[in-house]
Design a protein around this ligand. Structure first.
Ligand code: UTP
Length: 297
């Protein structure tokens, strides 16, 4: 185990997105837009804010468009320049990763999140890395991964982010037991995937952000299929936790599951309200529409 600086982040974007069909038939769910940016852009920005220097995407079917999104579009830039559109040009430049700081690999079959992470092993190499599930986007002044990186600098090892759920819903999530406080986080004493009702050690659930040591790859290489007949990351983390410490950050910002239409709509409302130039418009639209619109009888 090392406490080397976290330089690389992995984004698994190879899921089938079945909850969002037909929208995701030809477009990956990570390219659906929240206000005016694709979902994946929010997650990459979060990683960048935490000091990540290299962005690794594990892609699948129909994911070439993600690669295009993070590339420079010469023709578009030339046209914008010709037309004197400096503001959009500046916006594009601000999001552009530097040359050589993105890598793409394919998960040839969607065998589960654990398998997708394992597909990044050669690109990550022998160093700890950040893992961000790109369908979960977060809203707060300080990014979730930045809070985790701060704790990691102090603790090393593995760090995960947690959020409070309704205790009655704990059986749907990966839940942790909370130990001694450490800096801006705490020791994790236990991890349970989908605990039986009434047995959860807390209501803190794993929200899709991880800092993991490279030893996870060796475990994933032989990890058997688990829930849903998929290779599960949580199963491998449970094995890793037997030999390495895990710490947690209780993230208190808002999280939106953009893999479901309901979460995606909430994200659009929340990020619209978050924008100073849109706040008033979005608010008045919600107020007006909530009295005018109901499902047709
Ligand atoms: P999800 O289970 O939320 O994604 O996986 P999914 O399978 O695309 O969604 P549904 O349930 O069919 O609607 C969590 C994350 O892991 C990635 C997904 O892209 C998502 O970001 N993933 C999942 C992979 O990259 N490969 C897989 O085999 C499974």
């Amino acid at each position: 185990m090392t406490n080397k600086k976290i330089r690389k982040a992995v984004f698994p974007v190879a899921g089938l997105g079945t909850r969002f069909l037909p929208a995701t038939k030809a477009i990956p769910k990570e390219m659906l837009t929240v206000v005016d940016k694709p979902v994946i852009q929010y997650v990459v920005d979060e990683a960048r804010e935490a000091g990540i220097e290299h962005f690794i995407f594990v892609t699948g079917r129909n994911k070439a468009v993600i690669e295009d999104h993070f590339d420079i579009q010469f023709e578009l830039n030339a046209t914008l320049r010709e037309r004197g559109k400096t503001e959009p040009l500046e916006r594009l430049a601000a999001m552009q990763p530097a040359a050589g700081t993105t890598s793409f690999t394919r998960q040839q079959e969607p065998l589960g999140l654990g398998h997708a992470v394992w597909c990044a092993r050669e690109l990550v190499g022998d160093e700890p890395f950040a893992l961000l599930l790109p369908d979960m986007i977060m809203q707060s002044r300080k990014s979730c991964m930045a809070e985790m990186a701060e704790l990691y600098e102090h603790t090393g090892g593995n760090v995960i982010a947690l959020q409070e759920c309704d205790p009655a819903e704990a059986h749907k999530y990966g839940i942790v037991g909370k130990g001694r406080d450490v800096r801006n986080g705490f020791e994790i004493t236990k991890m349970v995937e989908k605990p039986k009702p009434g047995t959860a050690p807390s209501s803190l659930y794993i929200n899709g952000r991880y800092i993991l040591q490279p030893e996870i790859f060796k475990i994933l290489a032989t990890q058997e299929r688990g829930a849903g007949n998929e290779i599960q990351l949580t199963d491998a983390m449970l094995t890793l936790a037997k030999s390495q410490p895990f710490h947690g950050v209780h993230y208190r910002g808002r999280t939106f599951d953009c893999g479901s239409p309901e979460g995606f709509i909430e994200a659009n409302i929340a990020f619209g309200l978050w924008r100073p130039d849109m706040h008033a418009h979005v608010l008045s639209a919600i107020e007006r529409l909530s009295t005018e619109v109901a499902p047709p009888q």
